[in-house]
Design a protein. Structure first.
Length: 319
């Protein structure tokens, strides 16, 4: 889920008391077999001392944190022998308008050119019969490595189900603010994602790479259905649009201005169906006129995006 984050950004955490059976042990494939256009160091978390891998930090914030929110794991790995295990926050919901977040972020300030196209990706898995929503994205910094005032961070999310390693990726194609000089990469679990889940999730092989700009998919843009224009809604809010034949997934952006598809906004998400239910109770700073904007685009199986839908508005009444 992409969203403008004034809240902490954090990594996946270890479930307290979880016993790994033989089915969840994985020696990983050799590191040197991976293609590596990666701008991140220690992206497979193999190097480090103490409780955190080198050049990565565990980040937590908000109420309802688990006792062991993030762990540098040696029991499960996709490559090499290490990964990061995130134990999700409790599923009681968002307290006092502030989401509980657990995750990790790179300590490196990575120089970028906002005119170029970049991709953030990771691999994740959980356990049989379990699922978790994993967020990823970038934090933006200026030339003296201070956070941008305009957009703190932008990201999206991937639903992870079962014990097979699954790829989550997010393309920044014209989405990096023009005053950005450096970025940091984050991966997180946040309990404002619906449905809430306390299932554990392992993260490995995070990548931040420059890629070729994507061509637009030869698919029509989705048409927005619900909520109706300027309708009053309360959280959780169900967003519905037309299904695009041939689409692999969709992307929704909810924000306080009409610049749908630009960096920032309150929330981004990447649902696989033509609907999305969003918990907006984490929002504490409202637009002056209380009008919110949203739009959706589709992606084909090759990862190419359609044009954005038309922009629609709604009014939100907090609980």
């Amino acid at each position: 889920m992409r969203k403008k984050l004034g809240i902490a950004l954090t990594c996946l955490l270890q479930m307290a008391g979880l016993l790994c059976l033989s089915s969840c042990l994985n020696p990983g494939i050799p590191i040197d077999e991976l293609p590596n256009p990666n701008l991140l160091s220690n992206s497979s978390f193999e190097e480090g001392t103490g409780v955190e891998p080198d050049l990565w930090s565990f980040v937590t914030g908000g109420p309802d944190l688990p006792s062991e929110p993030a762990t540098w794991s040696s029991s499960v790995a996709r490559t090499g022998s290490r990964s990061i295990l995130l134990k999700a926050p409790v599923s009681s919901g968002v307290g006092a308008g502030y989401a509980t977040v657990v995750g990790c972020q790179s300590d490196e300030f990575i120089p970028v050119n906002h005119r170029e196209t970049y991709r953030v990706s990771f691999y994740a898995r959980t356990l049989p019969g379990m699922s978790q929503e994993v967020g990823m994205g970038l934090r933006f910094f200026d030339g003296v490595k201070l956070p941008l005032n305009s957009v703190v961070a932008t990201g999206s999310s991937k639903s992870i189900t079962g014990e097979e390693w699954q790829l989550g990726e997010l393309l920044f194609d014209g989405d990096i603010p023009s005053d950005t000089a450096f970025v940091k990469v984050f991966v997180e679990v946040v309990n404002s994602y619906l449905p809430y889940s306390t299932d554990p999730v392992w993260i490995d092989d995070v990548e931040f790479a420059m890629v070729e700009p994507s061509a637009h998919a030869e698919l029509p843009a989705p048409q927005l259905l619900d909520p109706a224009t300027l309708a009053w809604v309360s959280s959780p809010v169900r967003f519905v649009w037309t299904e695009v034949s041939g689409a692999a997934n969709y992307q929704i952006n909810i924000r306080g201005d009409g610049d749908v598809g630009e960096a920032g906004g309150y929330l981004w998400a990447s649902p696989s169906r033509a609907e999305y239910t969003a918990d907006l109770s984490f929002i504490t700073a409202f637009p002056d006129d209380d009008v919110f904007y949203w739009g959706v685009r589709a992606f084909d199986p090759e990862g190419r995006a359609t044009q954005w839908s038309e922009v629609r508005t709604f009014r939100y009444s907090p609980p």
